[in-house]
Design a protein. Structure first.
Length: 202
């Protein structure tokens, strides 16, 4: 039998996976914000509000904490992350950017009784919001990968009443639309995907 290329690296990845946690099913979930970070834009880019969340209700409650704790890789990342782009103060952003920001804030206000947005992103910590998750398929460093991520927000009420529109798979140029084995079922590949951050929200 001939040696398999990059087998030692594969062994290291397998060792870091810990107890296997299944990929999150596509759908809508009630989320609770665990922590908030404000990132200032550089080189003319928009500022960002980074939300670190976990699933608060249902069979998948605590999903992202379980994933984080189940892996022993020293570079593991918290994967429950959603970025809100803040419209620029100079008014140079499109109307779509402003409406998209307003839509997310509306969802927070509708999902948390008595909450009114007062331009303090830290007040979002501990708040509830609906999250709609869909599949993404993309070629990263020459390898085609498929994973599930939060695509947009909704209200908690819509999640509970089953009124959220679940997105079709988002296939980036260069990727195929057919089903492929999902690397997001193992922790090493999940940690290498671009939407994760290192910060632990608890």
């Amino acid at each position: 039998m001939k040696p398999i290329a990059d087998f030692e690296a594969a062994k290291k990845e397998a060792e870091s996976m810990g107890n296997s946690i299944p990929k999150l099913p596509v759908g809508a979930y009630v989320l609770k914000v665990q922590n908030v970070r404000y990132d200032s834009g550089v080189e003319g880019r928009s500022d960002k509000i980074v939300l670190m969340y976990d699933i608060e209700e249902g069979e998948q409650k605590g999903y992202f904490k379980k994933r984080f704790e189940a892996t022993t890789d020293e570079n593991k990342k918290w994967k429950g992350v959603f970025t809100i782009y803040v419209p620029k103060e100079d008014g140079s952003d499109s109307e779509y950017a402003k409406k998209n920001f307003a839509r997310v804030i509306n969802h927070f206000e509708a999902s948390n009784k008595g909450f009114n947005w007062a331009w303090n992103e830290q007040e979002l910590k501990g708040k509830y919001i609906g999250g709609v998750f869909g599949e993404v398929q993309k070629v990263i460093e020459g390898t085609e990968r498929c994973w599930v991520e939060m695509r947009w927000t909704d209200t908690v009420e819509n999640v509970k009443e089953g009124k959220c529109n679940i997105p079709d798979k988002k296939v980036f140029p260069g990727a195929t639309s057919s089903s492929i084995p999902s690397p997001s079922d193992n922790f090493m590949d999940m940690n290498n995907l671009p939407q994760g951050i290192v910060d632990v929200p608890f």
